[in-house]
Design a protein around this ligand. Structure first.
Ligand code: MN
Length: 251
């Protein structure tokens, strides 16, 4: 998509930097497949968002992330966010919006949408950017160029992500984000709870942009296997990043 088309689409969406592929590829909207392993009751909402499939087996990320953690995280935590998001949208004026537009438009007091819409988006992104391959993936092409321009080198980016994840007090996420107004500029930040850089009405301006990579640092993401060793979990996750998926999420 060229820049003019992108700007036009963004304007139509009324929500800034939220054009495809974030919308189409990532989020289980309506017709997305439902994980057959998920209890039916958790997907019983009549309309709205559905739990996207992982795209790999629960044990595919071992030893970085263990099977039981993945299963509980996807089938209970993520499914719970989807279910509660759909419940919060019943009769709500934001019903029918894309998830990205909804996140960009909500305010800090829209608690149900903020927590559960964020929870849905963040986890869908997380599953997408992890790879079951034991072959180390490396950024290439435009993404590699932008990493070099923004951080100097890949190692500095990984250190920044590790520090953002490690220094987040309590629950939250560490992010690699693309600047909305300067697409060549990438930056690292962290947000609390299920907030994310799409939430213009919630997070500070310097945190806002297009999320390319998110690392879940809630204890539910690692505690079974790592207990309090968040740093070890983050290091293992950074070895499992699917950089071609990250690149595909860039505008
Ligand atoms: Mn989580």
């Amino acid at each position: 998509m060229d820049k003019r088309t992108f700007i036009k689409l963004s304007g139509m969406a009324g929500a800034g930097l939220v054009a495809a592929p974030l919308v189409s590829g990532l989020i289980g909207c309506g017709n997305a497949p439902v994980d057959p392993g998920t209890p039916a009751a958790e997907n019983a909402a009549t309309t709205g968002f559905t739990l996207p499939e992982l795209g790999y087996a629960h044990d595919a990320l071992e030893p970085a992330i263990d099977r039981q953690t993945m299963k509980i995280h996807h089938e209970r935590h993520h499914a719970g966010y989807v279910r509660k998001l759909n419940a919060a949208l019943e009769g709500h004026a934001m019903g029918g919006m894309s998830l990205e537009a909804l996140l960009a438009g909500l305010g800090p007091d829209d608690t149900g949408l903020r927590n559960n819409g964020g929870g849905h988006f963040n986890h869908a992104l997380f599953w997408k950017v992890l790879t079951p391959s034991s072959e180390p993936s490396q950024p290439s092409g435009v993404l590699a160029d932008r990493i070099t321009a923004s951080f100097g080198n890949q190692e500095t980016l990984l250190t920044a992500l590790s520090q953002a994840a490690g220094s987040r007090f309590g629950s939250g996420w560490a992010w690699l984000v693309q600047d909305e107004s300067q697409p060549n500029r990438l930056f690292v930040c962290s947000t609390a709870n299920q907030d994310n850089p799409l939430m213009k009405g919630v997070v500070d301006t310097h945190l806002q942009g297009r999320p390319l990579l998110g690392i879940d640092v809630w204890e539910h993401a690692y505690y079974l296997n790592y207990q309090n060793r968040r740093t070890d979990y983050v290091a293992a996750v950074l070895d499992r990043i699917n950089w071609s998926e990250v690149a595909a999420l860039m505008a």
